[in-house]
Write a protein that binds this ligand. Structure first.
Ligand code: PLP
Length: 395
């Protein structure tokens, strides 16, 4: 079984490039050039140097001793929370900004929901001195004021999407429109393993540094580069794909992807895509998405902004459908409690997204000899408001 992209841009039956004709030249330029550029030694050298000196990689693989004792197994945390800007997203934006430069682009656009990808994009634009425009739903701009301020301070222009539900989906539409109107000088940085081919493959390759490092670090810790389980949360699926990438062909390693059940998969307030979704086309590729009977995208819900997405990337759809990956769902409440538990057992406040992955430990039947790696995709600083309200920590 092949779990990676084929020459047509598909993962099994999923993937492809379902785009308006006006966007074809931009996507085609990227498709023709991305592999060649990424594989150039000069590109790899600069990418690795920035990951080391700017992002702070390799991120540690930390043996969480108290957590291990509680769950009766060897639990390692891959510390993406220690990256510059506080999450894994910077791995991808560094890769894409270097690629954009090689393509001769002078202007960068991006879409953002909670603002995390917008901040990661504005950061690398400041780093390289490129113009940056970030599209964000008008409602999200109000909800995520600190990230809007960060983007502005970094020199980005934040454009409000005022159509539809005024959230991520509408920001994505605006960014697409911008790209159609500026095909020559602009590169569109997509923030997850979603979008038309070649984005899912390109973003997965940039994020694959996570599992590349993990293999080496596990070997140092345990003498064996293969764990029994790897766990990661899934919004669009980029930290999970980075965490899975170099383990996918080792079938002894169980891949567990954790989606957000929100208030419960049957509550009407959920983002559990594989449980609730069907095959369809979203944001330029064929995948699995939450939709009504007549194909309207269903508004997702999760307490964590990063998992509040109605689809998953096409490679995840393939891992799910083929059975190579196990896809499960964790509720808001389970995630919040797992976030508190990690904080009090290990002194690490995780992003609420990452807390979904941690909550899965509670449900597994583990043996003392098992080795488990959990991708700690981000830190919880951005979520303090939510934690404070939920646990009533105000006074
Ligand atoms: C954005 C984000 C996610 C979800 O995005 P993926 O593409 O699924 O990785 C998860 N964790 C954190 C900390 C994030 O910021």
């Amino acid at each position: 079984m092949n779990y990676f992209v084929d020459e047509r841009g598909y993962y099994g039956e999923f993937g492809g490039a379902y785009i308006p004709e006006m966007l074809y030249p931009n996507v085609e330029e990227l498709r023709r050039n991305y592999l060649h550029i990424i594989n150039e030694p000069s590109f790899q050298e600069e990418f690795k140097q920035l990951l080391k000196d700017y992002v702070g990689r390799p991120s540690p693989l930390y043996l969480a001793k108290r957590l291990s004792k509680k769950y009766g197994a060897n639990i390692f945390l891959k510390r993406e929370d220690l990256n510059h800007t506080g999450a894994h997203k910077i791995n991808n934006t560094i890769g894409q900004i270097l690629l954009a430069e090689k393509l001769g682009k002078k202007r960068i656009i991006a879409e953002t929901g909670a603002g995390q990808h917008g901040v990661a994009t504005a950061t690398v634009c400041a780093l390289r001195g490129l113009e940056c425009v970030v599209y964000m739903g008008e409602i999200d701009i109000k909800r995520q004021a600190p990230n809007v301020a960060r983007m502005k301070m970094l020199g980005a222009k934040v454009m409000a999407a005022t159509s539809g539900s005024k959230t991520l989906k509408d920001a994505t539409n605006e960014a697409m429109r911008d790209w159609i109107n500026n095909p020559v000088d602009t590169h569109y940085i997509i923030g997850s393993v979603v979008g038309p081919h070649p984005y899912p493959d390109m973003v997965a390759q940039f994020q694959s540094i996570i599992s590349f490092e993990t293999k080496k670090q596990l070997k140092e810790h345990t003498g064996n580069e293969l764990p029994d389980y790897v766990l990661a949360c899934v919004g669009g699926g980029s930290n999970a794909m980075g965490m899975f990438y170099h383990f996918i062909d080792d079938e002894s390693v169980k891949l567990i992807a954790i989606e957000a059940a929100g208030k419960g998969v049957d509550s009407g307030f959920s983002a559990a895509t594989t449980t609730l979704g069907r095959e369809g086309v979203l944001h330029g590729s064929k995948s699995i998405l939450m939709q009504t009977n007549d194909g309207q995208v269903v508004e997702p819900h999760s307490i964590s902004a990063g998992l509040d997405y109605p689809g998953i990337g096409p490679q995840h759809a393939h891992l799910f459908k083929s059975g190579r990956g196990q896809y499960v769902a964790i509720t808001d409440d389970e995630a919040m409690n797992a976030g508190l538990l990690l904080t009090q057992y290990e002194g690490i406040i995780p992003a609420i997204e990452s807390a979904h992955a941690l909550a899965q430990l509670e449900k597994m039947q583990l043996n003392p000899s098992d080795t488990v790696v959990v991708c700690l995709s981000g830190r919880g600083d951005k979520d303090m408001d939510t934690y404070m309200k939920y646990f009533d920590l105000q006074d």
